[in-house]
Design a protein around this ligand. Structure first.
Ligand SMILES: CC(C)(COP(=O)(O)OP(=O)(O)OC[C@H]1O[C@@H](n2cnc3c(N)ncnc32)[C@H](O)[C@@H]1OP(=O)(O)O)[C@@H](O)C(=O)NCCC(=O)NCCS
Length: 158
């Protein structure tokens, strides 16, 4: 799980988020220990998509959020912390199918809103989330070493 997450982050954001900060970010965000702790958390769901040969090709990391950011309206919120489809698999409906599972997980947990943070300069992801029914409800910074990115907060009622 940790190596899949690090690989897909690098594939997507490596060109715009270079070394030396990239390795530090990967170590901080995708350690085996941190991933193990997240999986053990009752408020967390990790979904992995495998191809017919059993290789991991996509994943989603979901977390109940007691205190969601301004603009996310609801009594019980679920955050999509990470959502990645391997580049060789993109454009074939895997993201939409995985998102449906995220919505199911939210409903099973009694969540009434699902939200996420996405880089404003990632139109491929912003467009996909809009297609999945998310609306931009706010903005937030994203820290990457000295780089401070500008993220959208997007949300959808469940
Ligand atoms: C964004 C991402 C998850 C989409 O997954 P995917 O498997 O390629 O998406 P799908 O093939 O399931 O597409 C689902 C629908 O979204 C639409 N869509 C995809 N990208 C779109 C875009 N940029 N703008 C508008 N619609 C888009 C598709 O056309 C499809 O619509 P349809 O149902 O009418 O045919 C995938 O490209 C990805 O993982 N990118 C890199 C990682 C990343 O940026 N993750 C987000 C981090 S916040």
């Amino acid at each position: 799980m940790a190596s899949l997450a690090a690989r897909l982050f690098t594939e997507t954001y490596g060109p715009t988020h270079p070394e030396p900060e990239l390795s530090r970010y990967l170590a901080r965000s995708f350690s085996v220990e941190g991933t193990r702790e997240a999986i053990a958390d009752d408020g967390v769901t990790m979904l992995i998509v495998e191809d017919p040969k059993g290789s991991a090709i996509a994943y989603a990391y979901l977390r109940s959020s007691a205190d969601p950011p301004a603009g996310v309206d609801g009594d019980r919120a679920l955050e999509i912390v990470r959502f990645y489809v391997d580049v060789v698999t993109q454009g074939r409906g895997v993201g939409a199918a995985l998102m449906d599972k995220c919505f199911d997980d939210g409903k099973n947990r009694g969540a009434d809103v699902i939200w996420l943070q996405v880089w404003k300069e990632a139109p491929w992801a912003v467009g996909f989330y809009a297609r999945m029914g998310f609306l931009v409800v706010g903005s937030a910074p994203f820290y990457f070493g000295d780089q401070v990115g500008d993220d959208h907060i997007m949300a959808k009622s469940l």
